[in-house]
Design a protein. Structure first.
Length: 316
């Protein structure tokens, strides 16, 4: 059948000759479900740590079918490269982009598409989606006009244009709070602070434009001033059943994203409910956590992803 390469965030100290260990067990154990499903369809699955890329080849490669490390195959022999998880890639984006370009040059199919990865890593895509008619939390550049808004009593969330897991995010309530990003204003954007986020951020997972599952994420209950839902910051996750309006909104957001010239394959749409209806917080199309095992759908989602990849391979 096909050779499929999957990048994983490796927990090196726990890896054994017969087992490739992953970090972030709460969501990355989903990878074992979809790789098992891929193997059941007859594919050969290989795991790599992005830190091991040397030029256009990997120094280490784990063949999951054989449950052992093997002499690394040339990337030209990979029918599909899945850019799934990479530890710390936001701290070395030039090298990350080089890896994506290596995959694009040697593998006939990369998920997500390199054009989508390059575009999605910059949160200014929110303005583009808003221009396409998607309801987005009001997002502004960090400039002198923000000072007047803060002085008038507005609260704003300052987010790195390139960032993940809630890192580098600041809540600004006074003009003096802009000092946290002084000299780096062009690296940030500002969003209206939405107190409703404590009632829950909905995360809907898709393969293509087909809804798969959803979770509700909330900030830590014992930190009343916390507004970030990330688990690494004490946030909680629970199973959630989205409304038809939320699914319709998320699908429309994905169609808008694809219209930007960015193919949509594996994605997660994060939204909150506002007086105006579902409103986009972020569209995650690089390495979104699916939280499938939270929903008791690890195996089901794994089988869906394997079938989806099978269709992509057949359509080449």
């Amino acid at each position: 059948m096909a050779n499929i390469l999957v990048t994983l965030a490796e927990e090196r100290e726990s890896t054994r000759p017969d087992h490739f260990a992953v970090k972030y067990r709460v969501d990355e154990y989903d990878c074992y479900d979809f790789t098992d499903a891929l193997k059941e369809l007859g594919h050969d699955v290989y795991f790599v740590n992005w830190d091991d890329l040397r030029g256009d080849a990997f120094a280490r490669m784990f063949h999951d079918n054989a449950k052992r490390f093997v002499r690394p195959l040339a990337l030209s022999r990979m029918d599909l490269a899945f850019v799934y998880k990479m530890e710390g890639f936001y701290f070395d984006l030039p090298r990350f982009f080089r890896m994506v370009e290596v995959f694009a040059a040697h593998s006939p199919l990369v998920v997500n598409d390199p054009a989508t990865i390059r575009h999605n890593i910059d949160k200014r895509y929110l303005w583009e989606l808003e221009g396409k008619g998607v309801r987005v939390i009001r997002t502004r550049p960090v400039d002198a006009r923000l000072r007047a808004r803060l002085a008038a009593g507005e609260a704003l969330v300052l987010k790195p244009i390139r960032g993940e897991r809630g890192g580098g995010i600041h809540l600004a309530r006074r003009p003096e709070d802009l000092a946290a990003v002084a000299g780096r204003e062009d690296e940030y954007l500002a969003q209206d602070f939405m107190p409703d986020v404590r009632r829950g951020e909905r995360s809907l997972v898709f393969l293509g434009f087909e809804y798969q599952l959803a979770v509700m994420k909330r900030p830590a209950a014992d930190r009343p001033k916390e507004f970030r839902c990330n688990e690494s910051l004490g946030g909680t996750v629970e199973v959630y059943e989205p409304t038809p309006d939320e699914i319709e909104f998320a699908v429309a957001a994905l169609w808008a994203y694809e219209s930007l010239g960015c193919p949509v394959h594996y994605s997660r749409i994060d939204l909150i409910e506002t007086d105006g209806g579902p409103t986009l917080m972020e569209a995650e199309l690089i390495n979104p956590a699916a939280f499938a095992n939270y929903s008791g759908k690890g195996r089901q989602f794994g089988e869906s992803l394997a079938r989806y990849f099978d269709r992509l391979l057949a359509a080449r």
